[in-house]
Design a binder for this molecule. Structure first.
Ligand code: AMP
Length: 544
């Protein structure tokens, strides 16, 4: 008879994981632990270790607040019942999440009380961390994949691919450990089971795009909405449709018109398509992203919200068609087959181009129509689930800030003898301090480099080997593509792809943009692009 594994084993493992910062040691600990589990304990244990109760494809949530937890904890008396097993903990959590309707609050509290009464102090510590999804033992998906691979004796690449296709590392661990490596090799794309979406890298400029894509690329509008993956299968007397969000949670009930279009405007027996759902106003103009979120949050009165916030769908990929996975086919082939089966009104706006002029015009057209920018897709690229790379680029028009130059580095090569790499700063309006948010040597002519070198030296405060620190006097207008969080600078922010557009002799250093404004602009980036039911900033940072 096999004995259930006590939850205390999992708590001990968490403690051990906290005790080392080395990834290899962490994955070895996980591997040893997984190998000793009973088959039905594997998936729940992997989830709990990751601070999750359910897999990403499961729409259930625990929904226990700090207040409830504290209230229950204060009342709990030690129970004489046997200590909990891993499975029992998982089942308790599942029941708590499942409790609904009248009396559910009390039921939830009873279940919580039972959990808390039967655990030691150490177990309780991790139980609480699991409830809030904040493990702090340094095991995220990557280390977990390594641990699972080691436990199975499989290559990391195989486990990674399986996890991306299944969207669930816990299920991969279960399959691999119970059925062996072969079972993982057989995993392919399945209809009604979402896969991790392919992601795009931010491009510096069109030149980079053409260079990376071999001189020619497909540009599509970048719509400012929510990504949807639509699975559809026709049966003899019905058609099943499921819609998943970027985070792979099911959002079918919120989008009935998309269900209908999948059934009526796409001619195939079974397919998986990807696209962007965008909320529009009565004239068909795109609305801010938050409007669409209202649709996702709604569970009741969907009919009314449908009228209030109509949605458009812009399809851009076909991953599966009539029993066959297409993810290993080139993008151009997938696009052509998509265009062959779906109503033109559902297709994303797109051109294939090989020169910057055409690309710039198309970008202008996208912006005029109220969209976010462009996507550029390598015509020959396969669909790589879950990866962010240069096969897909996102192109956003540059924004600008007025910044003060607070230091400059001596150049080398062609720029030897010039102060040519400029440290750019915003101002803290409360303290008056100038805070660096990036450096650039881009955008100036040779004559301007010379002017800068002369004038910056007149403002010198101090000098090290490479850098001249100056009084903030010279103001420049700087174009950039994105604001990122950065530990390198005291400001905690850094500009991506900064380049100087012009020297603003008309502006005083007190008039440059402030750190407060930068913070607001940073936040605004997430208002535009978020995610259903999740912290969009977290989402973004996790992907960077
Ligand atoms: P970002 O979230 O800034 O990394 O940009 C990528 C996102 O843009 C995707 O996940 C989609 O939700 C969205 N998007 C909008 N239009 C397209 C398109 N034509 N192709 C791919 N993704 C698109």
């Amino acid at each position: 008879m096999n004995h259930p594994t006590p939850f205390s084993t999992l708590a001990t493992l968490c403690q051990q994981l906290e005790g080392t910062t080395k990834k290899l040691e962490k994955s070895a600990l996980i591997s040893g632990f997984l190998q000793k589990l009973q088959p039905d304990e594997i998936a729940p244990a992997v989830l709990l270790l990751l601070g999750k109760i359910f897999s990403a494809t499961d729409s259930r949530t625990l929904n226990v607040s700090w207040r409830t937890l504290q209230k229950v904890e204060a009342q709990v008396a030690k129970s004489k019942k046997a200590p909990l097993s891993i499975l029992e903990v998982h089942q308790h959590f599942a029941e708590i999440a499942g409790a609904s309707g009248k009396g559910s609050r009390q039921r939830k509290e009873e279940l919580l009380a039972d959990l808390l009464a039967r655990v030691s102090a150490t177990e309780k510590k991790y139980l609480v961390k699991m409830s809030f999804g904040e493990m702090q033992h340094g095991v995220a998906e990557g280390v977990m994949q390594q641990g699972v691979a080691a436990a199975i004796g499989a290559e990391l690449a195989l486990v990674r691919r399986a996890a991306l296709l299944l969207g669930d590392i816990a299920e991969v661990a279960r399959l691999g450990l119970t059925k062996g490596k072969k079972a993982l090799e057989k995993i392919s794309l399945h209809i009604m089971r979402p896969i991790q979406p392919m992601l795009a890298e931010l491009s510096e400029d069109f030149e980079e795009v053409f260079k990376e894509h071999g001189g020619q690329t497909a540009f599509e509008y970048k719509y400012d909405g929510a990504r949807v993956q639509i699975h559809c299968a026709r049966k003899s007397n019905s058609t099943e449709v499921k819609i998943f969000s970027r985070r792979l949670s099911e959002v079918t009930p919120s989008l009935p018109e998309l269900v209908e279009w999948a059934q009526t405007k796409i001619a195939a027996d079974s397919f998986i398509v990807e696209g962007e759902a965008v909320a529009v106003n009565a004239e068909g103009k795109p609305l801010p992203f938050q409007e669409l979120m209202r649709r996702f949050r709604r569970v009741h009165q969907i009919e009314e919200t449908m009228k209030e916030v109509p949605v458009r769908l812009h399809l851009f990929d076909l991953l599966y068609l009539d029993g066959q996975s297409l993810i290993d086919q080139p993008y151009q082939e997938r696009w052509q087959r998509l265009a062959g089966i779906c109503d033109k009104s559902l297709l994303a706006d797109r051109i294939v181009a090989s020169e910057t002029n055409a690309a710039e015009q198309f970008l202008q057209q996208a912006m005029n129509a109220g969209h976010e920018g462009l996507m550029a897709k390598d015509l020959t690229s396969v669909y790589q689930p879950g990866s962010r790379g240069k096969k897909w680029f996102k192109i956003k028009p540059a924004e600008t800030l007025d910044l003060a130059i607070v230091a400059a580095d001596w150049g080398y090569g062609r720029r030897t003898g010039w102060l040519s790499n400029y440290h750019l700063a915003v101002r803290d309006s409360e303290t008056g301090e100038f805070l660096v948010i990036g450096k650039t040597f881009k955008g100036l002519t040779d004559a301007q480099f010379k002017w800068m070198t002369e004038n910056l030296q007149k403002l010198k405060i101090s000098e090290t080997n490479y850098t001249v620190h100056v009084r903030p006097q010279i103001v420049v207008e700087v174009a950039y593509n994105e604001i990122q969080r950065s530990p390198h600078y005291k400001s905690n922010f850094a500009l991506r792809f900064a380049r100087i557009k012009r020297i603003r002799s008309d502006k005083a250093p007190e008039q440059v943009d402030t750190i407060e404004r930068l913070r607001q602009l940073y936040e605004k980036q997430f208002e535009r692009k978020g995610e259903v039911g999740h912290g969009s900033r977290k989402d973004h940072e996790a992907y960077q």
